[in-house]
Ligand binder design. Structure first.
Ligand code: COA
Length: 391
């Protein structure tokens, strides 16, 4: 049985910051942000969006009634979840109106959570071939104002439907993974923002990639010419390029040209959205599938997932016939076109806004947020979610 991605969609909030302007405000050369780090714009989440609503918005227009009938497992990968106990999956399950005969859980291992969710989903479909699993990867990346990591923030979610006989990408069975206990990036439960040792984190990313890529080549016999494209977890778009550069040399000019071109295309959406932790790899995949018009059915795509702390995994997929028909390219173009730029002062103001933590009631104006699904406020420590389009 073949298992993989049957549907995939993403959502990012309607506000963004221009990285040239952020660089100037932080007394940095704009080229450091746009070339050295590789980010052009950064999505900003208004207070009416959280990782739950971002995930629900990503899935909302993707599912039809038949999918809803077949989904019996919702897996939410995130590292910016809203509750230490209750999973984001349960909220999304309700907001989408999915059937109650389902499991719903949250998984965590930094930016690797979305990949962990996909592999769990694959196992579930292998045992239950007629069901479908809704995988959500959703995050708001926050390093703090005026920190070196500020340029690698962002907000958004990717929703993926995993099924048997998928229409977009069959995931091949051979995978290579690695775990090692390191402190490159972490967020203690008392902290709203992440701690990161940036240089060490970059080194570990490359080291994990090198291990799993080598292991995978040995296991499968694949080499560069077996891949049409490689997609990477992208905390910022230069990061994947650094990893890609480690695996080609003068002897592989044609492979290099193809892989670098496809890599650049796979970063287009990420350059506009920023870091969305668990969803970054899948935003990159989506960027490649929607923006590279010359990809052929049957092509093999390699995917490298990295979650600090750390777990790395390399896995592969084969593009299915007519996969383009099942993408939402035009909707994503419109979503980007409709975004509104905010000034640096406005972004800083939004960054500081937070829901009350003392049990008091706050009602938010959700009419200013064009998203169908919003946080409408908080009452008795319970977030009030609204799906404006659910009848
Ligand atoms: N024009 C072009 N490039 C420039 C430049 C300019 N004017 N000024 C600097 N650069 C380049 C640097 O050469 C460097 O490129 P390189 O990495 O290829 O050598 C890059 O811009 C970044 O500069 P650097 O001085 O290293 O930035 P920094 O010390 O402020 O670090 C981050 C910034 C974002 C790289 C760092 O904070 C980081 O890695 N954070 C995130 C790590 C992470 O997300 N880990 C999680 C898991 S992956």
């Amino acid at each position: 049985m073949q298992i993989g991605i049957d549907k995939i969609n993403f959502y990012t909030p309607h506000l963004y910051v221009d990285m040239n302007k952020l660089a100037i405000a932080r007394n940095q050369e704009p080229e450091k942000f746009t070339i050295g780090i590789g980010q052009d714009e950064m999505a900003v989440a208004p207070i009416t969006q959280d990782p739950v609503t971002l995930a629900a918005n990503a899935a909302w227009n993707m599912l039809d009634e038949a999918d809803k009938e077949q989904i019996d497992f919702v897996i939410f990968g995130t590292e910016s979840g809203i509750d230490h106990s209750k999973s984001g999956a349960v909220y999304v399950h309700h907001l989408l109106g999915l059937k109650k005969e389902a499991r719903a859980i949250e998984v965590k291992q930094a930016c690797y959570g979305g990949t962990a969710a996909i592999q769990l989903a694959k196992g579930h479909i292998a045992l239950n071939p007629t069901s479908k699993v809704l995988v959500l990867a959703s995050d708001i990346a926050r390093y703090g104002l005026n920190t070196p990591g500020e340029v690698t923030q962002g907000a958004g979610a990717v929703a993926i439907l995993i099924s048997a006989d998928p229409r977009i990408l069959v995931l091949e069975d051979e995978v290579s993974y690695r775990t090692d206990e390191i402190m490159d990036f972490w967020r203690p439960v008392y902290s709203d923002t992440a701690y990161v040792d940036g240089k060490y984190s970059n080194e570990q990313y490359i080291s994990f990639f090198s291990h799993v890529w080598t292991a995978h080549k040995e296991k499968t016999g694949f080499d560069l010419n077996d891949f049409e494209a490689l997609c990477y977890h992208l905390p910022y778009t230069k990061m994947g390029l650094k990893a890609l550069r480690t695996i080609y040399d003068d002897k592989t000019e044609a492979d290099k040209e193809r892989l670098v071109e496809n890599y650049q295309i796979s970063t287009r959406y990420n350059r506009k959205v920023g870091n969305i932790y668990t969803a970054s790899l899948y935003l990159s995949l989506l960027s490649l599938l929607e923006q590279q018009e010359n990809l052929r059915d049957g092509s093999r795509i390699g995917l490298f997932s990295y979650g600090s702390g750390a777990v790395g995994e390399f896995f592969t997929g084969i593009l299915q016939p007519n996969y383009r028909k099942y993408l939402h390219t035009a909707e994503h173009t419109t979503m980007f076109e409709k975004r509104q730029e905010v000034s640096i002062a406005e972004y800083e103001e939004i960054f500081k806004q937070e829901l009350p933590k003392d049990g008091s009631t706050l009602d938010l104006n959700i009419e200013e947020d064009p998203a169908p699904i919003c946080v409408a406020g908080i009452k008795d420590h319970m977030r009030q979610y609204v799906n404006k389009q659910k009848v």
